[in-house]
Write a protein that binds this ligand. Structure first.
Ligand SMILES: NC(=O)c1ccc[n+]([C@@H]2O[C@H](COP(=O)([O-])OP(=O)(O)OC[C@H]3O[C@@H](n4cnc5c(N)ncnc54)[C@H](OP(=O)(O)O)[C@@H]3O)[C@@H](O)[C@H]2O)c1
Length: 262
């Protein structure tokens, strides 16, 4: 259920990271979502295409017109400026940018006292459910070893993926243990009991695969998700933008949106 708009006008959207794979995907789907109206797009470099919404470079960020909600699919160094802009304008922020630092996480926490904010490492419905299933399985099979393998296209810059980290965090949280992970491709020692291992593969044009495996004595449980089309993330983020705009300040989660809509 979308949050109530102050009038019947469409929600004014700022698209940050518009020139990238995800940004282009959002732009291609926007005509099918009349509740959202893009008032501006922002990329690092200038965009010569004049057929879409007015475009701005990252240096011109503060010049963008008023907006109700920003969708951000950029890179980690670009996150701080768009977060600051949303706080300054009192606008909501939906961000899927991964590779964020602990300082960025703290900044999200601070900003969520002033604006509605939803950061998710993955905007797919299937991954939201995978996270719920992994949490549940981690509790029932509390002493089984947990390993996560993720695969993405070769142009992805951060590893492990934000989704693999979110899944690991969900398992740790469910088991009431602090979250720490071991890089299975770097380690040369035997695994320590209770550790959560993550391995990253990169190649081809894989949109995103995640498999959480729980290893017990004589058996194993595999929970997996494969994304075949990045439009699922774009649609999820646009849904989140409609759901989040005009809500009370706070840090919201995909699971809350999924639960509210199901
Ligand atoms: N949460 C999810 O569901 C989900 C799904 C897929 C991807 N992601 C994440 O979303 C992000 C974008 O992915 P992608 O595949 O679209 O990456 P990409 O193709 O490399 O695009 C990155 C975009 O960010 C822009 N950018 C870089 N620095 C900037 C700055 N300082 N200010 C403003 N814009 C800046 C780039 O501008 P130029 O075009 O001018 O270079 C480009 O438009 C990544 O962090 C990725 O991991 C999240």
């Amino acid at each position: 259920m979308p949050s109530p708009t102050p009038s019947n006008r469409p929600i004014r959207l700022l698209l940050h990271g518009a020139g990238g794979r995800m940004g282009r995907s959002v732009l291609s789907l926007l005509p099918g979502v009349p509740a959202l109206h893009a008032v501006a797009t922002v990329s690092r470099n200038a965009n010569d295409d004049t057929s879409g919404p007015p475009s701005f470079t990252s240096e011109q960020l503060e010049l963008v017109p008023e907006f109700d909600v920003a969708i951000d699919f950029s890179l980690a160094p670009a996150f701080t400026p768009v977060l600051a802009l949303c706080v300054a304008r009192g606008a909501a922020l939906v961000s899927g940018t991964t590779g964020l630092s602990s300082t960025d996480r703290d900044a999200i926490e601070q900003a969520s006292r002033r604006i509605p904010l939803l950061w998710a490492s993955n905007f797919s419905l299937g991954v939201a459910v995978l996270q719920m299933l992994a949490s549940r399985a981690a509790v029932v099979l509390s002493d089984w070893d947990c390993e996560i393998v993720e695969t993405h296209h070769g142009r992805k810059r951060d590893a492990p993926s934000g989704t693999a980290l979110t899944l690991g965090e969900a398992v740790a949280e469910a088991r009431q243990q602090p979250f720490a992970w071991d890089d299975r491709l770097q380690e040369s020692e035997a695994r320590s009991a209770g550790s959560i291992g993550i391995a990253s593969l990169r190649g081809g044009d894989v949109v995103g695969d995640h498999v959480v495996t729980l290893f017990g004595p004589g058996e194993r449980l595999e929970l997996g998700h494969r994304a075949d089309d990045r439009r699922i993330f774009a649609m999820g983020a646009m849904k989140a933008a409609q759901w989040l705009a005009f809500r009370a300040p706070g840090a919201y989660r995909m699971q809350e949106m999924v639960a509210a809509e199901s």
